[in-house]
Design a protein around this ligand. Structure first.
Ligand code: PLP
Length: 444
């Protein structure tokens, strides 16, 4: 195949070093099950579920057939002042899976839109209840909530904020990060038990500073995914829930990565036994096959916002493609596969195998300063090359790709998060390819 179609003259790639990519393009032309086919005809294991999306594996015909059938029946219909039949069914299927009284699904098209939707819902909810002064939003250091201005404002990944710092939302604060590298570098399948209070700074400094009565919402990823799979200390989310309850603050879980099975349960909310007021989802809801995101709200939030005259719109927010019929058909087919093949349980089981393999094979290798695994995902953390943070992990990612495994660099971490259909032998291959690449880059 000629290099011509991939010359980068017209495409500007997201979250990618474009100039370097040009010298060594990674182009995927087909996928089936656990594997991609590359433009030069090689097979690559998808070790990251294609950005945490493809829980059921690639090429699931039931999903593509459902989309095709939907497009032949109702291709698109307006999302405002009307809806479509599949959107009702998808909302019910999602709400049925969500814990507690998380019953009201507001559709959007991505995790970034879900983040901004949930923040706006929090402000609108408080205003509807006569507490419009609650406008402070709290995120967490190294949190990732997509790339909208709301999401990067509450997000805490410095590189994502730096260039846009002059345009971020006012009245936002950030809690301390949840990882103690010195004390708990290796986390294997369960949350570390801290002997200090990870939320002390929130309780003793941040909330008194703003006054809790001014705080609208706290948003967290139950596990910090994009930063590099950082797992909270035991009891953290339960304690956070109690703090929010005490002060009338809404709790938002951003489950764009953890939702739909990654931890072996429907949601991280189930895994940790904590129910937020809003739960953001995207990615695995459609197996990544069609864009969809959303926010699931507890009944009390929806009820409180149903104010004003009957003809008036209660929440002035939404997207042209909210509840797109094809996305909803994809979600219904995807959730049916997860259910029929019991894939969440499988993800939990394979997660133990992945965790064991990563701790066994990667601990003790050159430059490895941490290994963290929980659910069907894990990260190995490396000491960075002096003066060039992230470069060692990036080089290892390229090396793994050449060796036939797609891993994900995240700062100085390399992350594995395979589809739930992964086999033990494929886990062995992924982890040993990663181990060999780490060894090859020992002195670089
Ligand atoms: C926790 C979290 N929230 C939001 C997003 C943004 O999702 P999207 O890229 O679909 O906008 C991501 C993406 O990885 C994510 O991990």
């Amino acid at each position: 195949m000629t290099a011509q179609p991939f010359n980068m003259d017209n495409q500007w790639l997201p979250f990618t070093p474009n100039r370097h990519f040009r010298t060594d393009p990674r182009v995927l032309v087909a996928a089936e099950g656990m594997y991609f086919t590359t433009h030069d005809g090689r097979q690559i294991i998808d070790g990251i579920s294609s950005l945490w999306c493809v829980g059921a594996g690639h090429g699931r015909r039931a999903i593509s057939e459902a989309i095709k059938q939907q497009l032949d029946t109702l291709d698109y219909s307006t999302a405002f002042q009307a809806s479509n039949d599949k959107a009702f069914l998808a909302a019910t299927a999602i709400a049925d899976l969500a814990p507690g009284d998380l019953n009201k699904v507001f559709f959007c098209n991505s995790g970034s839109e879900a983040a901004d939707t949930s923040l706006k819902m929090a402000l609108a909810y408080h205003r509807a209840r006569g507490e419009g002064h609650r406008t402070v939003l709290i995120g967490r250091e190294r949190g990732y909530h997509g790339v909208g201005f709301g999401g990067i404002s509450v997000g805490g990944i410095p590189g994502n904020r730096k260039v846009f710092s002059g345009a971020l939302l006012p009245r936002v604060d950030h809690m301390a990060f949840i990882h103690d590298q010195a004390a708990y570098p290796f986390i294997h399948g369960e949350e570390p038990v801290w002997d200090t209070n990870a939320l002390e700074d929130l309780e003793k400094r941040i909330l008194p500073l703003h006054d809790p009565s001014n705080v609208a919402a706290i948003i967290v990823e139950p596990i910090a995914g994009s930063a590099g799979w950082y797992i909270p200390p035991k009891g953290y989310l339960t304690q956070l829930r109690a703090i929010c309850d005490k002060h009338g603050i809404l709790l938002i879980f951003d489950e764009v990565i953890t939702g739909f099975g990654r931890l072996g349960t429907g949601f991280a909310a189930d895994y940790f036994g904590v129910i937020p007021d809003m739960l953001n989802f995207a990615k695995c809801v459609t197996n990544g096959v069609f864009p969809m995101g959303g926010v699931i709200c507890r009944d009390h939030m929806f009820d409180a916002m149903m104010t004003g005259p009957d003809h008036a719109i209660e929440f002035l927010h939404g997207y042209t493609y909210s509840g797109h019929p094809a996305a909803c058909a994809a979600a219904l087919a995807t959730l049916a596969i997860y259910r029929e093949e019991d894939l969440f349980t499988r993800a939990g089981k394979m997660g133990h195998i992945l965790g064991d393999a990563m701790h066994r094979e990667l601990r003790g290798l050159p430059n490895v300063i941490g290994v963290r695994t929980l659910g069907l995902a894990g990260a190995v953390e490396l000491s960075g090359l002096p003066g060039t943070p992230g470069k060692r992990a990036y080089d290892i990612f390229l090396d793994c790709y050449q060796a036939g495994v797609m891993v994900r660099p995240a700062g100085d971490n390399l992350v594995l998060a395979p589809p739930y259909i992964v086999e033990a032998a494929q886990i062995d291959t992924m982890v040993s390819v990663l181990a060999e690449a780490i060894k090859r880059h020992a002195s670089a």
